[in-house]
Design a protein around this ligand. Structure first.
Ligand code: NAD
Length: 281
């Protein structure tokens, strides 16, 4: 079984980005800039934002975190996004989710200029992706896609099953696999026989949030299995795939942690650099 080492592949991507950022800085007299808006004091959000800032600084991006208290007015956040949209030193804007209940996520996402939308959540980017046009792709599915392509260059005609239909993961993942000519089945909480669907798959991407849902007897021999899940359990952080048993059947599998997680951050940096290049042109 191939252990798909997301940590190593993400480090390679960051190393390449570091070189590219250095060249871009020389050429444009300006570094790509990533601005993250963090609202409230949710511990996981604070950790994610710190990790993103550290990674951004390491590749030479200009990074900034704007923090607001939990009770900040929605208008203050929307006005700030407006200001950042107009700021030529900012190439990428990310508003860390989840947001407090009184702030409308849809309004916030739609306020970010599609050309600076490094999360790829703006409807324009979602539409472009589904139409097969150039777009910014959400970081986690982009990371999964790059991991799959690392081990399987030609995905023509492969059967892929995506578990989960969130805007964040499942839906963009489906689009990326479709673009690669896979025959894609997208499954969700109302799917009748998930095991039977998975048993057909050459590629499985699990983005559910249920610890070790995908078992060894759900997997076709030689399947590639990508585990997006991050679930806190008594035995620590586990994915949506029962790693120990599935690793005996699958051709390739991502670990949790150390699989998709590091790729998400690397892809955020990649998206920021791509936005910068498009804005310069
Ligand atoms: P979500 O809750 O928005 O979506 C979960 C999806 O799973 C839904 O579409 C739902 O229909 C489906 N689902 C629920 N129960 C199911 C079942 N029994 N069978 C089949 N489908 C079922 O979650 P999300 O934001 O897409 O995140 C999914 C997981 O990925 C979570 O564990 C999250 O922590 C993790 N995650 C990891 C990363 C990373 O960088 N590795 C990034 C984002 C999310």
């Amino acid at each position: 079984m191939i252990l798909i080492d997301g940590k190593k592949i993400a480090a390679e991507i960051r190393e390449e980005l570091k070189k590219e950022v250095s060249q871009l800085k020389k050429k444009n007299n300006q570094a790509p800039g990533l601005t993250v808006i963090l609202i409230g004091d949710l511990a996981p959000s604070q950790i994610y934002v710190r990790m993103k800032e550290k990674a951004a600084n390491e590749v030479g991006l200009k990074s900034e975190i704007i923090k607001y208290p939990n009770d900040v007015e929605e208008k203050t956040v929307l006005d700030k996004i407006d200001e950042l949209n107009k700021d030529s030193l900012v190439s990428g804007i990310l508003v860390q989710l989840p947001l407090p209940k009184h702030i409308d996520k849809k309004k916030v996402i739609e306020k970010i200029s599609p050309s600076k939308d490094v999360d790829g959540f703006h409807p324009i980017n979602v539409g472009n992706l589904s139409s097969g046009y150039e777009s910014t792709v959400p970081c986690t599915p982009l990371g999964c896609y790059l991991l799959i392509k690392k081990y399987e260059k030609n995905l023509n005609g492969k059967k892929a099953v995506v578990i989960g239909r969130s805007n964040l993961n499942g839906k963009p993942m489906m689009q990326l696999l479709l673009k690669e000519n896979c025959t894609v089945t997208i499954t969700h909480s109302k799917t009748k026989d998930l095991k039977a669907e998975c048993l057909e798959a050459d590629i499985i991407v699990a983005a559910v949030g249920i610890p070790e849902l995908v078992k060894a007897d759900w997997i076709k021999k030689d399947a590639i299995v990508i585990d997006v899940g991050i679930n806190k359990t008594e035995k620590g952080i586990v994915g949506d795939v029962a790693f120990d048993e599935v690793s005996k059947i699958a051709k390739a599998l991502t670990p949790v942690p150390g699989g998709v997680g590091p790729m998400t951050i690397a892809c955020l940096l990649k998206n920021t650099v791509e936005c910068f290049k498009r804005l310069q042109n």
